[in-house]
Design a protein around this ligand. Structure first.
Ligand code: F6R
Length: 357
């Protein structure tokens, strides 16, 4: 039920802080240790490489998950687009573990890979919002994202829930291997939930950005480096699917290799600048597009912010910053679609779950 909301998408955006807190409760014991099936823990320990398979927004969550699994858990990880994997299969390691990320658990492209790798005898884990779904039933193991039903076609809370569960999986794997971490990722998730809530309480700001920059434009660009790049991809997908604005996400450094030719007077460029070690270089990229006429919207973070930034996020740990930095892009996409008179919850040509290959 939509309750007081005009659209499921806005309701689901607002639910994200609660979803993250709920996931922490589900996956963490009171003494702070993680609660994961012993079988999943063992499968993670035995795997010498993780192959993440997903589509669309879930693929974008997988990209962030790769960083977590490598940096927190020290597990080599690759992320693949499900529809490409079978036709362009990488050489597999000795003991691969396949991790399928799917909100619906019904995506045919992902299922095609699952069926194939199972036949070859590889182990499989599904991270899904629907535990009874096909991908969940057919995989060896399931991790539930506990986001509650997601009705809007554009995925929001399922995406942040996937990243939170990937964080828990990475932490559990790290601890099980006896690693010590120099920060507490689960505590940081709690801090991220508070930051998400603060952003959900400043909707007017995002509505204004959407109105000022996106109500009449034909195209828009999102740029970022490191994990900000992954959020740029997700922000662009969200904007294009519900507002029909042609939007692309780029790695900041790639602009000069071609895309910058598209920048004209007034072209909106939304820049994510929440990663400390690339802050100067992404700001350099913003300069490059602004000097060619772009209308830049910079989303930065406390401690890294500069005068003129459109949005300054509360400070959160870099490894989970995407959970927070995606919120402005979700809200900007929502209001852009609204201002342009689009059907926010049911965009044209799209289905909530894609059950054909
Ligand atoms: C975008 C969106 C899609 C899905 C994709 C995968 O907002 O919802 O890109 O993320 O179709 O779906 P699931 O996660 O159900 O496998």
């Amino acid at each position: 039920e939509k309750g007081t909301y005009d659209h499921f998408m806005l309701k689901e955006i607002d639910e994200q802080p609660i979803v993250i807190r709920n996931i922490i409760q589900k996956y963490q014991h009171e003494d702070g240790s993680t609660r994961l099936d012993a079988d999943i823990r063992a499968a993670m320990q035995q795997a010498d490489r993780i192959y993440v398979i997903a589509a669309g927004t879930s693929y974008h969550a997988g990209l962030v998950g790769k960083q977590l699994l490598e940096q927190v858990a020290n597990k080599p990880t690759e992320v693949h687009i499900a529809s490409e994997f079978l036709y362009n299969m990488p050489l597999l390691s000795q003991n691969p573990l396949f991790v399928f990320i799917s909100q619906s658990g019904e995506t045919a492209d992902s299922r095609g890979v699952l069926v194939d790798v199972k036949k070859k005898g590889h182990r499989t884990l599904t991270i899904t919002n629907v535990p009874g779904s096909t991908l969940s039933r057919e995989a060896d193991f399931t991790l539930h994202t506990f986001a509650g039903p997601e009705i809007a076609v554009a995925s929001t809370k399922a995406y942040t829930a996937q990243m939170a569960v990937l964080t828990l999986l990475a932490v559990d794997t790290a601890y099980a291997a006896g690693r010590t971490l120099d920060f507490d990722p689960i505590q940081e998730l709690g801090i991220a939930a508070n930051a998400m809530e603060a952003l959900c309480n400043q909707k007017d700001e995002f509505e204004k950005i959407a109105r000022d920059y996106l109500s009449v434009t034909r195209n828009a660009f999102f740029i970022g480096r490191a994990s900000d790049y992954y959020v740029a991809l997700e922000g662009a997908l969200k904007l294009k699917e519900i507002s029909y604005i042609q939007a692309e996400g780029f790695a900041g450094g790639e602009l000069k290799h071609g895309t910058i030719a598209l920048i004209e007077d007034g072209t909106p460029v939304i820049a994510l600048a929440t990663n400390e070690h690339v802050n100067l270089s992404i700001r350099g990229n913003v300069q490059e597009v602004v000097s060619r006429g772009a209308a830049a919207v910079i989303i930065s973070m406390e401690g890294l912010d500069q005068e003129g930034d459109a949005v300054v996020l509360p400070r959160v740990h870099e490894s989970i910053a995407p959970l927070v930095s995606v919120i402005p892009t979700q809200l900007i996409a929502y209001y852009a679609a609204l201002h342009r008179g689009c059907d926010v919850d049911k965009p044209r040509n799209l289905a909530k779950s894609v059950t054909v290959e």
